[in-house]
Unconditional design. Structure first.
Length: 240
């Protein structure tokens, strides 16, 4: 992770303002180098509009993220704004995501970015305090891990999630091949608006797609559908 997420700062830190990876403009597709970032993560599959697992995942992430933030301020003297909800999305056939929008076939990892100074011990202690009040159903499924996306294409989408398909098709089938790139990793969304409260036409979402250079005889390497995302916080240094 970059110094922007580790250096001490006076007052409350808002990483949406300090990290270039959280900047995007509507109508602009740009390449951005995303540093390794640490997240609270939880996995699931199915239609986010109807799947109980999706609602349970959101309900597990938010209280834990806020409890960690309160502990950081009280115990370490380091305050920060809780980051927005994010999601990694994929399907066995990505046309189910970009074309047919068959949400029953979608797989997802929901995430909230967490500063580098937060460690597994702080997460465990915060989880105990959350559970002591009213344990969310999927609290035990949340993990702390680092995601290293590297070079990505991203843009800001304003509007309904169902209206993303045209932008995604432009990224996947026009911009990426034209730049001599190929897709790698998983489609990433950053929800700058709280979709539980903001009407669909006003929702602001950063759409991000990791990419890599195409080389001679390049063969895309897929990610197993059931592979967990991110490197666990307590993994050995040589794990990538």
């Amino acid at each position: 992770m970059t110094d922007e997420t580790t250096a001490p700062a006076a007052g409350k830190v808002d990483f949406r303002r300090t990290l270039d990876a959280y900047r995007a403009r509507r109508g602009e597709l740009r390449l951005v180098d995303v540093p390794p970032l640490q997240y609270l993560m939880i996995d699931g599959h199915g239609d986010p509009n109807t799947s109980p697992a999706f609602a349970e995942a959101v309900a597990a992430l938010y209280p834990l993220a806020y409890r960690i933030k309160f502990a950081s301020k009280a115990d370490l003297g380091r305050d920060y704004a809780v980051m927005p909800l994010e999601g990694l999305w994929w399907a066995d056939d990505m046309d189910a995501f970009t074309v047919s929008r068959d949400k029953s076939r979608w797989r997802w990892t929901l995430m909230i970015m967490t500063p580098d100074w937060v460690d597994a011990g702080m997460v465990a202690a915060a989880a105990e305090r959350v559970a002591a009040k009213a344990a969310p159903a999927r609290l035990a499924d949340v993990r702390l891990a680092t995601l290293d996306e590297g070079r990505c294409v991203q843009t800001l989408h304003v509007g309904s999630f169902d209206d993303e398909a045209g932008v995604l098709a432009q990224i996947h089938h026009e911009l990426v091949p034209a730049q001599g790139l190929r897709l790698t990793g998983r489609h990433h969304e950053i929800y700058l608006s709280d979709f539980r409260r903001v009407p669909p036409e006003r929702r602001r979402t950063i759409l991000r797609q990791p990419v890599t250079d195409v080389v001679a005889d390049d063969v895309p390497v897929g990610v197993p559908d059931d592979a967990p995302v991110g490197v666990p916080d307590d993994a050995p240094d040589d794990v990538a």
